[in-house]
Design a protein around this ligand. Structure first.
Ligand SMILES: NC(=O)c1ccc[n+]([C@@H]2O[C@H](COP(=O)([O-])OP(=O)(O)OC[C@H]3O[C@@H](n4cnc5c(N)ncnc54)[C@H](O)[C@@H]3O)[C@@H](O)[C@H]2O)c1
Length: 252
């Protein structure tokens, strides 16, 4: 059974998959009891942050914090502030991510470093900031948003694929470190999901992608959010160190 009022922190919560995760965790309920209060981190679009808070309403507490997820110092300060507002932390979702695609021949050092800092270093930053609390309460759920690209690679995304493969190694290592303390650490690897991140694809690129997806459609942010919600629930108590693809069958 889901316990009352867990406390969740989600990085990159203003749009796309992160927004769907914030909504899923806030709306999830069992036996008439809401699942989680949520603090989300974002680095742009104050109006989007306000809109989400309005959309979720008053039943669940939702707090927004503006911070750069790639900054170690910001992460510690933001998590401290979020814990103060939420009264603790039970769940961390590392979702913030960016792309800066190019063939290696043309990829700049800046674009390689930036993608690693936002996508991978942020996972270290936020996991490090919550782990002491989770260990001392002997309970925690960490879900990291990786990508199928971290499993199979993708031409033009060596920086992004490296960051996502790094997240998978990080997930399995931390899962082994904290399994005996009641903390699970899992990764979700989305395939191609309809968000602003993938909106740059033209129609021809979309059709080529769809050809390679057995379910013949791109995913929706909610497809990913539901799996994240499940991994945070008590039904997933005995699952740790796993990478679950949500990709319409692309990688099997
Ligand atoms: N959309 C896809 O097809 C897809 C596929 C696989 C994996 N993913 C992963 O899912 C996650 C979410 O992707 P999305 O498609 O929703 O992307 P998006 O671009 O729509 O949203 C990204 C979110 O991350 C936040 N963010 C970016 N940089 C940040 C920073 N430095 N500090 C704080 N917040 C920051 C943004 O504010 C935004 O809320 C990312 O990690 C992405 O790599 C997406």
């Amino acid at each position: 059974m889901l316990k009352k009022s867990k406390r969740a922190i989600v990085t990159g919560g203003t749009r796309g998959i992160g927004k769907a995760i914030v909504k899923e965790l806030a709306a999830r309920s069992c036996c008439g009891v809401l699942f989680s209060d949520v603090a989300f981190i974002y680095n742009s679009c104050d109006e989007c942050a306000e809109e989400i808070q309005r959309e979720i309403g008053e039943e669940t507490k939702v707090f927004a914090f503006k911070a750069d997820a790639s900054s170690f110092n910001d992460a510690q300060a933001t998590v401290d502030a979020a814990i103060k507002k939420l009264g603790g932390v039970d769940i961390l979702i590392n979702n913030a991510g960016i792309t800066k695609d190019n063939l290696l021949l043309r990829m700049s050092e800046h674009d390689f470093d930036k993608v690693i800092e936002v996508n991978l270093k942020s996972v270290f930053n936020y996991s490090k900031a919550v782990i002491k609390t989770m260990i001392s309460q002997r309970y925690g759920r960490i879900v990291n948003i990786a990508s199928v690209v971290g499993l199979i690679g993708n031409a033009g995304q060596s920086n992004y694929a490296a960051s996502k493969a790094g997240i998978i190694g990080f997930t399995k290592s931390l899962a082994r470190e904290v399994a005996s303390r009641g903390i699970t650490v899992n990764a979700v690897a989305p395939g191609f999901i309809e968000t602003e991140m993938t909106s740059a694809l033209n129609e021809a690129q979309r059709q080529t992608l769809i050809t390679n997806i057995p379910m013949k459609r791109l995913g929706k942010p909610e497809d990913v959010a539901k799996v994240v919600g499940f991994l945070c629930s008590d039904e997933a108590d005995y699952i740790t160190g796993q990478v679950i693809s949500v990709d319409g069958g692309m990688v099997m």
